[in-house]
Design a protein around this ligand. Structure first.
Ligand code: NI
Ligand code: MN
Length: 234
């Protein structure tokens, strides 16, 4: 995996923190304080400039409102989800929809499709949250990372490869609520990344997929099985 100065930390489940060479902090899917996979040393969010939210399920935006209150980051998501976060106190909304790309400082964010659902549980209410999505992020050093969010494999991942060619992909492999290793291996055939970082496994007993199972199914692609709290930078 060639990060060219990015510092990439997995906080467990679908949550990643990326610090850019320019010193900006991006968090994808903020489920941190209440994320059982996140190590105690990482539970306090020290800083965030840009918050990317793939969809409204609690295991992805469960701590978004609290983090927004503390740090007032730019919030990127689909309009319905951003509208809800705005009602909960988000001030700097950078909403977008699928197929769109926006530049935030020196990073480019493209919203892409995901095959999943997207209700927001707000107390005893279930709010319409738009649709689930993924993101392709291009950093100032040229590195492109695709975070698939929660999704099944879908044929248009081939379009993501052809249009954006992300070399690093973060794919859910846990099964049950998303792809398992078999589907994720098929996704790798469509995306042809150099590196895949498995996510969304092991958090709950039903998320049974493992990086080892994925590695057996993909040839010529590096499977980087990170530990929650681990940082990769090179
Ligand atoms: Ni979900
Ligand atoms: Mn999920």
């Amino acid at each position: 995996m060639h990060l060219k100065g990015l510092q990439l930390t997995w906080l467990g489940h679908a949550t990643f923190r990326i610090v850019t060479p320019g010193g900006r902090t991006v968090i994808i899917d903020p489920w941190i304080m209440n994320n059982p996979m996140c190590p105690a040393s990482e539970k306090k969010v020290k800083h965030v400039d840009i918050l990317l939210c793939t969809h409204g399920h609690g295991d992805h935006i469960g701590d978004a409102v609290e983090i927004i209150k503390q740090h007032n980051p730019q919030v990127v998501g689909i309009p319905e989800l951003c509208g809800w976060l705005q009602k909960k106190g988000a001030k700097k909304i950078a909403m977008m929809n699928k197929g769109g790309t926006q530049t935030l400082g020196d990073i480019k964010v493209t919203m892409v499709h995901a095959d999943h659902s997207c209700g927001i549980q707000d107390g005893d209410q279930l709010i319409y949250g738009g649709e689930a999505c993924g993101f392709v992020v291009e950093f100032e050093n040229g590195v492109k990372i695709y975070h698939a969010g929660d999704t099944n494999v879908f044929g248009d991942m081939a379009i993501i490869r052809e249009l954006y060619a992300p070399e690093i992909v973060m794919l859910p492999i846990g099964d049950h609520f998303t792809m398992g290793p078999r589907e994720a291996a098929y996704a790798c055939n469509l995306l042809k990344p150099t590196t895949v970082i498995p996510m969304h496994f092991g958090t709950f007993p039903v998320l049974t997929g493992t990086p080892g199972e994925l590695q057996k199914l993909v040839l010529g692609i590096e499977v980087v099985a990170m530990k929650p709290g681990a940082t990769v930078s090179n």
